[in-house]
Design a protein around this ligand. Structure first.
Ligand code: DWN
Ligand code: SAH
Length: 412
């Protein structure tokens, strides 16, 4: 019976069921920063189109580059570059501990990156699964138990997998990166203890629609989930969502708590959030497709701001985020409009943004020398942390411009 249901999932999951929301055109990899020696080489691009699947209530890309093209020994994003995120993941670990309510428990984290979350479970039986070799090494060097692999059904027979029933399977900002949702849910379900919890935390469709934060869409973000979509998908695997909690991180995220069917009562908080999703139409194609005209408007507003401020001063960028690749390429902002982007990641410094070829400069050694007056804030999701860091500069007249409405930045 379970198998039959899972086979049905494959049928509904088909790309044939997608209706288009917006076509962003040809895009490079979000984290495809190029080194100087490759500047003149032909760059990889893929067609980035977002659609809606009404059978699964799911907003997703039509196409995605192969995972090994994105996640390999040179993955550019290092989770621990934000001090606020360290705090956030410490709190995540406390919340999960409370939910499992058991002294000795085991944890499996999917996509642990440099160990920012998993490190909080170091004293427990734990395992991280991380395909990008460079960040896997960072986690390993923290003394964590990690496998350098993609989370898929091959893991079930992996030689290093000693445990097969985890109390907690968790992750953040990773499930939307996994093209094969069937295998992901199938494998997680197989490895979850009968009374275990499965915790998923991802950028939230509700926030993307509300804030017109179209930069959440890039190669790595294949799915933009909602409770209605996660609930639907989970039902094919005899799993269910029993609680959800909105998060302020990454421009607005949702954390979903799942368990095996009929194991836990659904929280009032969950019911309320679902009512809200229905009210704003996260399961309504006609409402979702209005997103496109708001993106077009956001783009012309952004270009106007650049024109206006560019006349007064040179414009720089703050943080070479993956999201910035979508903004730069969708708005066609290149190195003729932005001088350089300051960033703290050793994996990005000295490189150039894909297609738009804006140099990425070391924040720590160069920012004070350049003393920029106007910066486009690409890491708008870290607004509070960055404003604290730049308090003095902001007081002395430095200005941030952003494609996201100011009222959404202050709230974070
Ligand atoms: O989902 C994903 C999330 C978790 O992280 C991944 N697909 C990729 C990545 O997305 P992103 O690149 O948009 O993440 P952030 O956290 O918005 O950007 C981090 C970048 O910003 C890093 O390159 C470091 C930089 N940064 C900085 O230069 N100064 C960040 C902060 C907080 C700063 O003060
Ligand atoms: N969880 C971290 C990292 C997010 S970046 C955080 O929230 O900061 C996404 C991570 O997922 C990358 O480290 C990438 O290598 C990893 N990833 C991508 N596909 C994966 C898969 N199939 N299984 C496990 N991890 C994966």
């Amino acid at each position: 019976f379970l198998n039959l249901k899972m086979q049905n999932f494959k049928k509904y999951f088909s790309k044939k069921n997608l209706r288009q929301i917006i076509d962003f055109g040809l895009m490079p990899l979000g984290n495809g920063f190029i080194s100087k020696k490759n500047l003149n080489k032909k760059e990889y691009k893929f067609s980035m189109k977002l659609g809606y699947n009404k059978f699964l209530n799911l907003v997703q890309l039509y196409n995605n580059p192969s995972p090994s093209r994105m996640f390999n020994k040179n993955y550019a994003f290092l989770s621990s570059t934000s001090s606020y995120m360290k705090k956030h993941f410490f709190n995540y670990s406390l919340d999960v501990r409370k939910k499992i309510n058991k002294r000795n428990f085991s944890v499996l984290e999917i996509g642990c990156n440099d160990g920012i979350l998993l490190n909080n479970f170091k004293k427990n039986i734990h395992l991280g699964v991380e395909p990008s070799k460079n960040v896997y090494n960072l986690a390993k060097n923290k003394g964590l138990n990690v496998i350098n692999a993609f989370f898929n059904k091959n893991l079930l027979t992996h030689k290093s997998l000693k445990k097969k029933n985890f109390d907690i399977i968790c992750g953040a900002n990773v499930f939307c990166h996994i093209p094969n949702l069937y295998e992901m849910f199938y494998t997680a379900n197989k490895l979850l203890d009968e009374n275990g919890i499965f915790v998923i935390e991802e950028p939230y469709l509700g926030d993307m629609i509300l804030k017109t934060s179209y930069d959440q869409v890039y190669d790595e973000h294949i799915y933009i989930f909602s409770i209605l979509s996660i609930e639907k998908i989970a039902s094919f695997f005899s799993l269910e969502v029993f609680d959800a909690e909105h998060q302020i991180t990454h421009g607005g995220s949702m954390r979903y708590y799942l368990c095996k069917k009929n194991k836990k009562n659904k929280s009032e908080r969950l019911k309320k959030l679902i009512r809200k999703e229905k009210k704003i139409g996260l399961d309504n194609y006609n409402k979702l497709k209005q997103f496109k005209s708001r993106c077009t408007k956001s783009r012309s507003d952004m270009l106007n701001k650049i024109k206006k401020y560019g006349k007064i001063n040179e414009i720089y960028g703050y943080a070479a985020t993956s999201k910035s690749t979508t903004v730069l390429n969708y708005c066609k902002i290149d190195n003729t409009k932005i001088k350089s982007i300051f960033d703290t990641s050793p994996t990005k410094i000295g490189k150039f943004t894909p297609i738009t070829k804006i140099p990425i400069v070391d924040y720590n050694s160069k920012f004070h020398l350049f003393a920029p007056k106007i910066c486009i804030l690409f890491a708008w999701n870290h607004y509070v942390e960055i404003c604290k860091k730049e308090r003095k500069n902001l007081k002395n007249g430095m200005r941030f411009i952003c494609h996201i409405d100011k009222k959404f930045l202050k709230k974070y």
